[in-house]
Design a protein around this ligand. Structure first.
Ligand code: AMP
Length: 461
């Protein structure tokens, strides 16, 4: 299947080839013609499958003809978090480079003035988080009755964040008939009900049931005592061929503490959580994207849907309380054909949450053991769609993105120096120091001949 077979305009085909994409992903191949036919759509797809382009690309062609009017956006994309909204906006800019479309981003945490001005000038695409949209709507700064194309993205996350009543309210203010596209990684009851209520005869496209079935992600759980989590994390960061990692924690305080602790051990880490203002969050994210830091400690809300290329590892410092978050967290790696590894720490306090994760995904997560240490990432399986995304990002495209690929290497090069300074510091965990020195010896991928940390000897929980 080629992009040219999907019915997109020549301008978009050019934008797609400029982006370096060779072939549509599974969701794109199915969703793009459906959206161009103006049908409603339910897309069950996790992030990393190319789902953003699956609605942004055809929307650009659908909106190409038509007139903007003040205060009345022609289309609306709802996103659960500011970061995701900003990311979709970036996609619009990238793919819409050859079109004359105006876009506005309505997100909390930034000045409202510019947003209101953009609305007054008239926009074709409004990308918003529900909170800020409701706010402006209630102040009479926005009219929704000209908006006949709606996208509800990451619907299951909207549910987790309590946005469903807002979404129902917004849907009721939009005109009928209209075209509605709903995307969700999972389909819990309330989302199915929302779809039933607000979509009309939708086409249903499912590209992958759960992230755990994504063949590009190797996932493990590690039974560990709460007080040993930090040490275990450091050990894995040093011994599992980590290039770039996102570490998730359930609480903001843990995010801060883990980041501080990693920095004090010489790692190039940063943090992102809901207590930070928007500009600091973006700045931190940019440091991560540029490779200045190669480890980002994050809370769920802040990291939702982050699209950072080449994240080799995800660590769940805590097992997430909501099993859906597990799917989203580990979906930060193994994106668009790349390979990734995901580790979830399971202390006694996490055991119930892990049981819920395994119930949701229908798969027990393998316990990390000695045989799994330092394995070279296996090659992506070029399997038939929908599950395999191996085709989505061929080698040529990876080569075409030196800026993103360069970054992790830069951060890696700095590591030996940090390790040296770390050994000078007094440390609470002396046994780990012993290991640090041995870790400096090169160990061939696929085998481990160093000392064995206690967690490797723990049996399955
Ligand atoms: P998403 O699922 O929308 O978060 O997209 C995940 C990643 O896949 C993004 O980095 C996109 O730039 C990339 N991507 C989207 N479509 C394609 C494609 N057809 N080929 C290669 N990469 C793609």
């Amino acid at each position: 299947m080629k992009f040219a077979d999907l019915g997109l305009s020549d301008e978009l085909l050019k934008a797609v080839s400029d982006a370096g994409y060779e072939e549509p992903t599974a969701i794109q191949a199915e969703a793009i013609p459906t959206v161009l036919m103006m049908r409603d759509l339910i897309g069950i797809a996790q992030t990393g499958t190319g789902k953003t382009a699956s609605f942004v690309l055809p929307m650009i062609d659908v909106l190409a003809n038509g007139r903007r009017r003040a205060l009345m956006p022609r289309s609306l994309i709802l996103e659960p978090t500011r970061e995701l909204a900003a990311q979709v906006a970036e996609n619009f800019e990238k793919y819409g480079a050859n079109h004359d479309l105006k876009m506005a981003l309505l997100i909390g945490g930034v000045q409202m003035g510019d947003q209101i001005k953009a609305l007054n000038d008239g926009v074709d695409v409004l990308i918003a988080t529900p909170g800020r949209l409701m706010d402006l709507f209630e102040r009479g700064k926005i009219l929704l009755n000209g908006c006949d194309l709606l996208v509800i993205d990451e619907a299951d996350r909207m549910l987790d964040m309590g946005f469903i009543p807002d979404i129902e309210f917004i849907c009721e203010k939009l005109p009928t008939p209209r075209q509605t596209l709903l995307f969700s990684a999972t389909m819990p009851g309330p989302i199915a009900n929302l779809a039933k209520k607000f979509l009309s005869n939708p086409k249903r496209i499912e590209v992958s049931r759960a992230a755990s079935t994504n063949d590009n992600i190797t996932a493990f759980k590690i039974p560990v005592k709460t007080r040993e989590k930090r040490e275990t994390l450091r050990w894995l960061l040093r011994n599992d061929l980590v290039e770039t990692a996102i570490i998730f924690a359930n609480r903001k305080t843990t995010v801060r503490e883990v980041n501080k602790s990693l920095q004090s051990h010489g790692f190039a880490s940063g943090e992102i959580h809901g207590d930070m203002d928007q500009s600091s969050r973006i700045a931190e994210l940019n440091r991560f994207k540029s490779g200045e830091i190669n480890i980002l400690v994050a809370s769920d809300v802040a990291a939702r849907g982050l699209d950072v290329k080449g994240v080799s590892h995800v660590f769940n410092f805590d097992t997430p309380w909501h099993p859906d978050d597990y799917v989203h967290r580990i979906g930060r790696t193994g994106r668009a054909g790349n390979l990734g590894r995901a580790f979830t720490f399971v202390s006694d306090e996490d055991a119930e949450a892990m049981a819920n994760v395994e119930k949701l995904t229908g798969n027990p997560v393998a316990v990390f053991g000695k045989k799994d240490v330092r394995v070279e990432l296996p090659k992506a399986k070029a399997k038939a769609e929908p599950k395999a995304q191996a085709k989505a990002e061929p080698e040529q495209q990876r080569e075409a993105e030196p800026a993103e690929e360069e970054a992790p290497r830069k951060a890696r090069r700095e590591r030996p120096e940090r390790k040296a300074s770390e050994e000078r510091k007094p440390r609470e965990d002396r046994p780990a120091r012993q290991r640090d020195r041995q870790d400096d010896e090169p160990v061939p991928a696929g085998e481990w001949n160093g000392p064995q940390p206690s967690f490797l000897g723990v049996s399955a929980i």
